[in-house]
Design a protein around this ligand. Structure first.
Ligand SMILES: Cc1ncc(COP(=O)(O)O)c(C=O)c1O
Length: 401
């Protein structure tokens, strides 16, 4: 077997992983080792917000490579301060710590909650999370994520999480009454759970409960943050600023970068209680500065919203043609829809290997009956037209079998 695609070397198992191996990227496209082209409608799992290999990131990395690559946590770089200030200004939060991944940012959010509980809530330490939520794959984040099937994996679970049904305020109130809760931790649009948008009244209710009981609202914007939903952050759609905000994916445009930001009242760490070797890594900071600058250009976010609307219209058109497409949902360029019965995995697989001479699609079967897309935020109408043509053919072929 060629060394490309020999999955026997991998520690991780992913039995349905497609066989093709990517070699090159350009804008919204990936090219595999055979030169076949793919429209990457998952942006490298929600990361490549400016597409693959964008010139602004090449320039930022190249310039920083000649200045300073890495300092370690003992001394910090000028770029770390620059990016930190820029992000805090853009979000109106007060304190920041940079991480390398989303799970790492979320782990630190739990530390913020436990510290807050120990200092201000007489030792309360439990955190409410929600059914179908997803917060990462470290041990604590697997315990936090109320993902079906994960409740019995890698026992014993990390204690301190109370799982509550999504959009159910009464259940949240009961959990606060019956447990020692320090924080509520949630995605405003559940990504891995199927693109479930929180109801406005649910978020308003959570805020009221949190204020009444003096507990924290911590929002995981690893997937929804940095332009994905057509606002800089999803909490902008809900008109509030959380006490704690975590992010990753698009903040690094495909480079490993995350962050946690807090309001002043819950920034209670003492000396050396949070840290990481790569926190504020100088090249990552240069990348982040360049991405945020792009997103704050006045036309960037309105374009994301317009492309999201066009995508949804396109899906409605396909449904109007008679294709079984229902429950089109999401915000900005975070989109999902339902397909017939349990056909989503078959459709996603077919879409990836549909036409070796033309364009194939990278889409995700987020649930057996749901397709999810997180396209690069630079997607253009002609790419959405390419999606329409290819998806129609793929779906018709699957339905015919
Ligand atoms: C909402 C959310 N939180 C956390 C994570 C974990 O991020 P990472 O894979 O960077 O650790 C993800 C990843 O998909 C996510 O969607």
């Amino acid at each position: 077997m060629s060394k490309y695609g020999d999955a026997s070397i991998l520690l991780s198992r992913f039995d349905n992983r497609p066989k093709m191996v990517m070699q090159r990227g350009e804008g919204v496209y990936f090219y595999d080792t055979k030169g076949i082209r793919y429209l990457d409608l998952m942006s490298g799992w929600g990361c490549n917000c400016l597409g693959a290999n964008p010139s602004v990131l090449k320039e930022a990395v190249e310039t920083q490579l000649h200045l300073l690559t890495h300092t370690g946590p003992l001394v910090l770089s000028d770029k770390m301060f620059e990016f930190g200030h820029n992000l805090l200004q853009a979000t109106t939060l007060d304190r920041i710590f940079f991480t390398s991944t989303g799970a790492e940012a979320n782990e630190n959010a739990i530390k913020v909650a436990r510290k807050y509980g120990s200092v201000k809530l007489d030792g309360a330490y439990e955190v409410i999370t929600f059914s179908n939520g997803f917060h990462g794959r470290t041990l604590a984040m697997m315990s936090a994520s109320a993902r079906p099937g994960w409740d019995k994996k890698f026992m014993p679970k990390v204690p301190g999480f109370v799982h509550v049904p999504w959009n159910d305020l009464n259940a949240v109130e009961a959990a606060i009454k019956n447990h020692r809760i320090a924080a509520i931790f949630l995605e405003l649009i559940q990504g891995e759970g199927g693109v479930n948008v929180a109801e406005q009244h649910f978020i308003a209710g959570l805020r009221e409960l949190a204020a009444r009981h003096k507990i924290l609202i911590m929002v995981d914007e690893v997937q929804t943050g940095m332009g994905r939903t057509g606002q800089l952050f999803a909490h902008n759609h809900f008109d509030f600023v959380p006490d704690v905000l975590t992010m990753a994916k698009s903040i690094g445009g495909g480079f490993p970068l995350g962050a946690i930001m807090t309001k002043e009242h819950c920034a209670l760490f003492e000396n050396n209680e949070v840290g990481a070797t790569y926190s504020g890594q100088a090249i990552m900071m240069a990348v982040g500065i360049a991405i945020l600058k792009e997103m704050l250009k006045p036309s960037f976010l309105p374009r994301v919203m317009a492309m999201g609307d066009l995508f949804k219209e396109t899906l409605k058109d396909l449904a109007g043609e008679g294709l079984p497409i229902t429950h089109i949902r999401g915000k900005g360029l975070m989109i999902a829809f339902d397909v017939k019965e349990d056909l989503a995995p078959v459709i996603a697989k077919q879409a990836m290997s549909f036409d070796p001479k033309g364009i194939n699609l990278i889409i995700n079967s987020v649930r057996p009956n749901s397709i999810r897309m997180l396209p690069p935020l630079i997607i253009q109408p002609q790419h959405i037209a390419q999606f329409k043509e290819t998806f129609r053919s793929v779906y018709q072929t699957v339905l015919a079998h």
